[in-house]
Design a protein around this ligand. Structure first.
Ligand SMILES: Cc1cc2nc3c(=O)[nH]c(=O)nc-3n(C[C@H](O)[C@H](O)[C@H](O)COP(=O)(O)OP(=O)(O)OC[C@H]3O[C@@H](n4cnc5c(N)ncnc54)[C@H](O)[C@@H]3O)c2cc1C
Length: 345
């Protein structure tokens, strides 16, 4: 029976799928996938639905990964090794780590979504990326089409190096896209803390509270306060966070743009390339705060496209294309979408 996905995507788009199945065990996943394959049915995998835009209805089944559990694999004086199931909520896991005094992901507080989706785009924020704490990713492999492969044959593990992590990127968005369902993620976290409070906004928030020697709890609290102030809450205004990636351009291109746009900000990547903030480009192109019906660009954060109520996925997608074209015409920079567009183009 057709099922609405309105409550399963943070954009709040009222698109449908053929069926929605909660996956609570690996055995169930194996059975469901085998049966869908044997019926020639298509499916996609969803976590919290906080990094997708449903452009249209989905002519397939949606598997919601609801595998739960946090397991301590090993511990030493200075480190702890954890295995966390894909369906655990990311922010609750971060909170759990801070409560247990394990450092390494406190700067990634309040990012919506699931643990299983975290390696997909190597989530990052406020000077931290998840790749620095992942040791292995375990996934259900759909690479071989042999229907008779047992569950054991289908469960594979890859190391951090093999994940090919990059800026909002990994092997799961490329070579293994559509061929892997992440089951669990192994993390190494630190009992001896290195505080990562160098990011300007975090520093300012700590100073505001007169905190000179921050703990991981202070950084966690600071990040939450900043995010609540700066980003729209999907419960109030539908959105999927940053819609575009910050583009990386050559120094030559940057220097030539600088003559026309002397205030163009940059973050140095290496000797040859710099990253420029997509939000700045979108704002300069005149889109910040723009509203077309219920689709719009957030008034405080030009990188976030929003659904003010009953926008369709296609309305938001059209606005995204218009932004892409205008930024390309104005700056010669093609913005890449960070959000996953479904159905896939
Ligand atoms: C308000 C807001 C703020 C945000 N801030 C940030 C930020 O600071 N940094 C950042 O990096 N991201 C941010 N995001 C984006 C988003 O939270 C992350 O990308 C998050 O990891 C998505 O998790 P999810 O479970 O919701 O994934 P979903 O949206 O459900 O899925 C995203 C993609 O991953 C695939 N997928 C999901 N689970 C699995 C699995 N188990 N196996 C295989 N494939 C899977 C889906 O098919 C889809 O292609 C933000 C989003 C919002 C709404």
């Amino acid at each position: 029976m057709v099922q609405s996905l309105k409550n399963y995507n943070t954009f709040g788009i009222n698109a449908t799928c053929k069926a929605l199945i909660d996956i609570t065990s690996i055995e169930q996943l194996h059975e469901v996938v085998q049966s869908l394959v044997s019926m020639g049915e298509k499916w996609i995998v969803l976590g919290g639905g906080s990094n997708i835009l449903l452009r249209d209805n989905l002519d397939c089944t949606v598997l919601r990964i609801a595998l739960k559990g946090i397991e301590i694999l090993e511990e030493s004086e200075s480190q702890v090794f954890l295995r966390v199931s894909a369906g655990e909520e990311w922010h609750s896991f971060v909170e759990w780590c801070v409560q247990h005094d394990y450092s390494g992901i406190e700067n990634l507080a309040l990012i919506p979504g699931s643990v299983g989706a975290a390696p997909m785009q190597n989530i990052g924020a406020y000077g931290q990326e998840v790749r620095t704490v992942i040791t292995n990713v375990h996934y259900y492999s759909l690479e071989e089409s042999d229907d008779d492969l047992s569950l054991n044959d289908r469960v594979k593990s890859i190391s951090n190096d093999e994940c090919q992590f990059g800026y909002r990127d990994s092997i799961f968005k490329n070579e293994l896209k559509g061929k892997s369902i992440i089951l669990s993620v192994d993390f190494v976290l630190n009992k001896v803390h290195t505080i990562n409070a160098g990011y300007k906004d975090v520093q300012e928030e700590l100073v505001k509270h007169s905190i000179a020697q921050p703990t991981i709890q202070d950084v966690f609290n600071a990040v939450i306060a900043i995010r609540k102030r700066k980003l729209p809450d999907p419960k109030e205004i539908g959105n999927s966070g940053s819609f575009f990636k910050n583009p990386v351009i050559t120094i030559e291109q940057y220097n030539s743009l600088l003559s026309q746009y002397p205030t163009l900000p940059k973050y140095q990547i290496d000797e040859a390339t710099v990253k420029v903030p997509a939000g700045w480009l979108i704002e300069q192109a005149g889109f910040k705060g723009l509203r077309r019906g219920s689709a719009g660009v957030h008034k405080n954060q030009a990188l976030v496209l929003v659904n003010y109520g009953d926008a369709t996925g296609d309305e938001i997608y059209s606005l995204a294309l218009e932004i892409q074209n205008t930024v390309l015409n104005n700056f010669g920079i093609m913005l890449e979408m960070e959000v996953n567009i479904l159905p896939q183009l």
